[in-house]
Design a protein around this ligand. Structure first.
Ligand code: BYC
Length: 294
């Protein structure tokens, strides 16, 4: 395998894995405050799914010859990125609806093509992840539908969440094509199948009618359907904000990393116990083998 291809895959897959793990935090914030038992059970399952996605992806990265421990150290040392979107706060229950509807919706748009990427272990992990993300997207849309059909205060809460999340969600697809460092090679190597701007446009085209169905307004005065191109045209994205967030200066970057570091430290005894148990099993199996050989 060419070294540059391997390094590109490790970079993308590990950042993707970190995003899944850090992505558990904003939603985890609402598990104890979900408005009903049904909502709580669904949210709990969704957050657990994200943890599982992180594990499949770390396992896919390990096939490239790097250990999960090393990748986690890079994340915790701030030397590898995770998605910009998880540095925004979840202020109300409607944010949980918007995360499912838009963040998981954007994730699906980006990840479906990855099911056909040139590296098998990544592509195979993506197949199951995409199935689960599609359930997540629906649960988010259903939360939004309930709020939008509810009281005026609930509808206002849904609108406020859309206003705060819309632009950061568009940034999830990465910088515009002319500023994207990795797109050309990743497309040539068939890791990426579409450019950042192509996926962003597909997402806007799919999502705007859904928002209108909910009776919501997008916080973009320039959003309009272009009959010539057949696409929804949208206003300029604040790329300075994106750069600030990925450089570590978003609204919640410090909090997210502090929570991850604390969770990692608190889990040390579990990792140690698992290793000790594996060592005991290995020693027991070796002893049984040597008795059998005698
Ligand atoms: N946030 O050359 P570019 C999810 C970085 S969804 C932070 O275009 P590339 C989930 C980029 O890494 C989110 N950083 O890069 C959903 C590069 O920096 P480095 C995770 C970003 O790789 C719901 C630099 O900017 N999804 O997990 O060709 C619930 C230049 O960018 C971002 C994935 O990771 C960003 N938004 O394209 C729970 C999908 N955008 O590495 C979880 C797989 C760009 O040189 N990844 N950067 O330091 C991809 O498809 C591609 O890596 C990207 C970026 C489209 C994200």
């Amino acid at each position: 395998m060419p070294e540059a291809y391997r390094r590109t895959l490790i970079r993308q897959i590990s950042q993707h894995a970190h995003s899944e793990i850090v992505g558990m935090l904003p939603e985890g914030n609402w598990i104890t405050r979900a408005p009903s038992l049904k909502r709580k059970a669904a949210l709990l399952a969704k957050v657990q799914d994200e943890g599982g996605h992180g594990l499949y992806l770390y396992a896919a990265a390990e096939t490239l010859g790097i250990a999960r421990e090393e990748l986690l150290e890079l994340l915790l040392a701030g030397r590898q990125k995770y998605s910009s979107i998880f540095n925004y706060p979840t202020l109300t229950w409607a944010d949980i609806g918007v995360i499912g509807w838009l963040v998981d919706g954007a994730a699906i748009m980006n990840q479906i093509p990855l099911c056909r990427c040139s590296y098998g272990p990544y592509a195979r992990a993506m197949i199951r992840i995409c199935k689960e993300e599609s359930f997540h997207q629906r649960q988010g849309f259903e939360i939004m539908l309930t709020l939008c059909r509810g009281t005026p205060a609930q509808k206002a809460m849904a609108q406020d969440a859309l206003n705060r999340w819309w632009w950061p969600v568009l940034m999830m697809f990465g910088p515009p094509d002319q500023d994207s460092q990795h797109t050309d090679t990743a497309m040539r190597w068939k890791i990426k199948r579409f450019t950042n701007d192509e996926l962003r446009q597909k997402f806007v085209d799919a999502t705007v009618p859904q928002g209108h169905f909910l009776g919501l307004q997008f916080p973009d005065p320039e959003l309009k359907f272009d009959t010539e191109t057949g696409h929804w045209a949208f206003g300029p994205i604040d790329w300075a904000e994106f750069k600030r967030v990925i450089a570590g200066d978003g609204p919640c970057n410090r909090q997210r990393m502090a929570q991850r570091r604390a969770a990692h430290a608190a889990g040390a005894w579990v990792r140690e116990a698992a290793l000790a148990y594996a060592e005991k099993r290995r020693a027991r199996a070796a002893a049984t083998m040597s008795v059998a050989a005698e």
